[in-house]
Design a protein around this ligand. Structure first.
Ligand SMILES: [Mg+2]
Length: 292
């Protein structure tokens, strides 16, 4: 699907910000947004400062592109609504769902040993994937909170017999509330890699291009009119630059442009077109592309 948006009207809900503070350059250019979820809009079930306000302001010109491989878009939209963020499912581009789409389109007849949440497994079955426990052609790994030694053993055996290894995303963890660190798919992937000696043949999630391309497709906007906002330099910034998109980072890290989205909306930093290490080496100001 391609989402509709208003090109002429400025984002509503930001007038009180511009009235009291200098308008951030990236807001003044009225971009469409590709937003990360965990660590940017949410910390587990808690919305982060400025998230709800930003979604209201950009209600018709954003997508959320997340390495979440636990939920379907419908499930996640309900979870976000309970947390106070109203998001249409069509605005959620998720690594788990895109992994199922990849399996269906690229390997339509494959026997798939899928390690994933019950919800994603249901989605895979409803999408037509053939899920098996024996003689798998593909091992597909997403965030599986029931992952166990027995599961690790089964996956390792399948890879030893020649199954392909597909992973939804490689994030080792993401930030939870109060400094809590939440293990992610990448932690399970590392266990599989150590046990089997096999590396993934295909990774669906960020920083790979598939998620950003799907986000751009749904926005229906040229790359020069889109800004990526995330918290992870290794996925959000790297993926944005590889996709030819500008980006901004939030969070506690040294490379963050602002601590929260609320701070970012008041931040004078222009969106970046190159990676932090390239910025540090050049010391040259990055020129922001006109999107007027
Ligand atoms: Mg994140």
């Amino acid at each position: 699907m391609t989402l509709s948006f208003s090109r002429s009207a400025p984002p509503t809900g930001l007038s009180h910000i511009s009235a009291s503070t200098p308008r951030a350059p990236w807001i003044a250019q009225r971009p469409a947004l590709i937003l990360d979820l965990d660590g940017t809009l949410m910390r587990e079930d808690e919305p982060m400062a400025g998230g709800a306000e930003l979604l209201r302001a950009y209600h018709d010109r954003y997508v959320i592109v997340s390495n979440n491989s636990t939920h379907t878009a419908l499930q996640l939209a309900r979870r976000l609504r309970r947390a106070g963020l109203v998001v249409e499912p069509g605005r959620l581009v998720l690594a788990g769902e895109l992994t199922i789409q990849y399996l269906r389109t690229r390997h339509p007849h494959a026997r798939v040993l899928l390690c994933a949440s019950p919800g994603l497994k249901r989605h895979a079955l409803q999408s037509g994937c053939q899920l098996v426990e024996e003689r798998a052609d593909i091992v597909a790994l997403a965030l599986d909170k029931r992952f166990s030694y027995a599961r690790l053993e089964r996956v390792t055996q399948a890879l030893a017999r020649g199954a392909q290894f597909v992973v939804s995303n490689t994030d080792a963890n993401h930030p939870g509330p109060a400094g809590h660190v939440v293990p992610q798919t990448g932690a399970l992937m590392q266990a599989v890699m150590v046990a089997s000696g096999c590396s993934p043949g295909h990774v669906v999630g960020k920083p790979g291009p598939a998620m950003f391309e799907e986000g751009l497709r749904r926005l229906g906007r040229p790359r020069g009119e889109v800004v990526v906002i995330g918290d992870n330099p290794a996925t959000d910034a790297l993926g944005a630059v590889r996709a030819g998109l500008r980006y901004l980072l939030v969070g506690d890290g040294d490379l963050a442009d602002a601590a929260t989205l609320a701070d970012l909306m008041r931040c004078a930093t222009p969106a970046h077109a190159v990676l932090p290490e390239a910025r540090a080496s050049s010391q040259a100001p990055v020129r922001v592309l006109s999107t007027a």
